[in-house]
Design a protein around this ligand. Structure first.
Ligand code: C2E
Ligand code: CA
Ligand code: CA
Length: 538
């Protein structure tokens, strides 16, 4: 496009018509301001003219309007032509860069937004957090950083499939966005992890939002083919109290979220200094647990199981104890969770199994016909080569497989890959090992696994036994479990029998075996031997 010294258009080429839609006769004699898009301020044009006057040139990105009204970006360079020092013409050359611009936008979106939910991703989140932090620091405002993680999302993904998982994430993203202000940022960091930046807030306000988020997120998500419930765990850290930079704040919000998970999920926690202390304690405990294995600080105690019919000890359960050099005897409840989380349970569990087998072999050599039960946790069962390790222990100790029983917590039968579980149990069964379902009745489960897996025994959880004397509901539950077990030809052990009344009820209802403090506490191997010898055992 060429204009004269007065900036009136005198000529345009065919490419101009192609880009703008204007024919030469429609523009010649007019000013280029007919293309103005309204997207630039007065000062933009002022700078442009100043540059032309000073250097004779201008180039840059400019948004113009086409004949059909469409606004588009172009890259324009303008040169001033002078003859004898006087301006004679301006020549403008420009390229339509709409497509490049679109591609740029697309690439920006890909790099900064999560494609599934359309939320900012980790990269953009850090950008926004940095900006929000410097804003908060300049204006002395409080900022809250919230980590949101869905409880047991993996379970939903595994059982209902990834497309359902994806739908859930989209629904969750939408609900979070609806709960917070437009000016606050929600981002998805990946997986089922979301993060919210609340700018200019207070502890009270952030707490209120966390409560609201928990209520909305925990209500049923109506997806295309499923109605899914998924509760969140939320951790919150505040600027400036819990951290002044993005990294510290993120780390602390994350730690608070883990704390919320540990405290039973579906809740939120505010970061506190004690939290760091407790995470340090955990690290300390983990190191001590590793040492405990090396320094043989673990031992097993044995709690007998009595057969109701013969009134003799028919089996014992091996229970783990930690003889701590300073703190004395520590019960497994204190360290098993951590052992499970860190995977240490595999080494500890295999030690327990081996030790129990050695002990059982000694008893059998003495002529005691009792089964020794060993507790197995989820991590152990899923460790590669689990069945082989059991076989190896039997082989090394020369114990007959019929003397061994394994107790698997009921929770392990739920939401697990059923085929692989069934394969493992069938292989154990083939060896001759008895299989018990521990803590039966405590996990909300589909009972069909009872007939599909090769089981021998249900251990009725002590929480039901506890209320037996007074609570008619507990009585009904135990009655139902006993009927179910009889129909499926499974033995039943009631655990945690502490009183005469409880024992009488179970006797009356024909529960096959009993275990609990009323009969015997868990005792050392020597003490157990004594119990059997003095006539209480086989
Ligand atoms: P569990 O398998 O349900 O074991 C029964 C727990 O109840 C034991 O606690 C036992 O001491 C306790 N108990 C027995 N009789 C009574 C009673 O009459 N009243 C009450 N209130 N409690 C009674 P313990 O020894 O502290 O073990 C806790 C849990 O730790 C066990 O629960 C088991 O899940 C786990 N555990 C123990 N040893 C091992 C092990 O070697 N490997 C694995 N993976 N887990 C183990
Ligand atoms: Ca047990
Ligand atoms: Ca139990």
């Amino acid at each position: 496009m060429v204009t004269d010294s007065q900036n009136l258009i005198i000529s345009v080429n065919p490419a101009f018509t192609e880009i703008t839609g204007f024919l030469p006769e429609e523009v010649i004699g007019k000013r280029p301001n007919i293309f103005q898009s309204g997207k630039h301020s007065y000062s933009f044009y002022k700078t442009m003219w100043a540059s032309l006057a000073k250097t004779g040139r201008w180039c840059g990105e400019i948004w113009n309007k086409r004949k059909n009204g469409e606004v588009h970006p172009s890259w324009m360079s303008i040169n001033t032509i002078r003859i004898d020092g006087n301006i004679s013409n301006y020549v403008a050359v420009y390229n339509d860069i709409s497509q490049r611009k679109q591609a740029d936008d697309y690439i920006y979106k890909l790099a900064h937004y999560d494609t599934l939910t359309g939320l900012p991703n980790r990269l953009l989140f850090y950008d926004r957090l940095q900006v929000a932090l410097s804003h908060a620091s300049r204006h002395q405002l409080v900022l809250a950083l919230m980590f949101i993680d869905l409880d047991q999302f993996k379970r939903i993904n595994d059982t209902l499939g990834h497309s359902v998982g994806d739908e859930l994430l989209v629904s969750v993203a939408k609900r979070i966005q609806e709960t917070i202000r437009k000016s606050d940022t929600v981002a998805r960091l990946g997986g089922d992890e979301f993060v919210v930046i609340l700018t200019d807030t207070t502890v009270a306000a952030a707490t209120q939002i966390a409560e609201k988020l928990i209520t909305t997120l925990a209500s049923v998500h109506h997806l295309r083919h499923h109605h899914v419930v998924s509760t969140p765990s939320i951790g919150i850290a505040f600027y400036p109290d819990d951290g002044e930079d993005a990294e510290t704040l993120t780390k602390n919000a994350d730690a608070a979220m883990y704390w919320a998970k540990e405290s039973g999920r579906n809740g939120f926690k505010l970061y506190s200094k004690e939290l760091t202390q407790s995470s340090q304690q955990r690290m300390h405990l983990e190191a001590e647990l590793r040492m405990a294995l090396e320094h043989s600080q673990f031992e097993l105690v044995y709690q007998p199981k009595f057969a109701v019919s013969s009134k003799t000890i028919t089996g014992v359960e091996a229970l783990l104890r930690w003889q701590h050099p300073e703190h004395g005897l520590i019960s497994p409840e204190y360290f098993l969770n951590l052992a499970e989380e860190t995977g240490l349970i595999i080494a500890i569990g295999s030690w327990a199994l081996k030790t129990a087998c050695v002990q059982a072999k000694q008893w059998h050599d003495l002529g005691f016909d009792i089964k020794v039960a060993v507790n197995i946790s989820a991590k152990q069962l899923h460790a590669p080569g689990f069945v082989e390790s059991i076989q190896q222990a039997l082989h090394d100790t020369q114990l007959s497989a019929y003397a061994l029983e394994l107790e698997f917590p009921e929770s392990l039968f739920i939401n697990n890959d059923f085929d692989s579980l069934s394969r493992i149990l069938t292989n154990l069964k083939k060896l001759g090992i008895a299989i018990a379902v521990d803590d039966f009745g405590t996990s909300y489960s589909c009972l069909s696994y009872l007939k599909r897996l090769p089981l021998d025994m249900l251990k009725i959880d002590k929480s039901f036994v506890k209320g037996l004397a007074t609570d008619t509901e507990d009585q009904a539950i135990i009655q139902a479990i006993l009927t179910l077990a009889q129909a499926l030809n499974l033995k039943t052990v009631a655990e945690g029998v502490e009183t005469h009344e409880q024992a009488m009820f179970l006797l009356d209802k024909q529960c096959s075996d009993m275990q609990g403090y009323w009969l015997s506490m868990p005792v050392s191997a020597e003490k157990l031997q004594w119990l059997i010898w003095t006539g209480k055992g086989a």
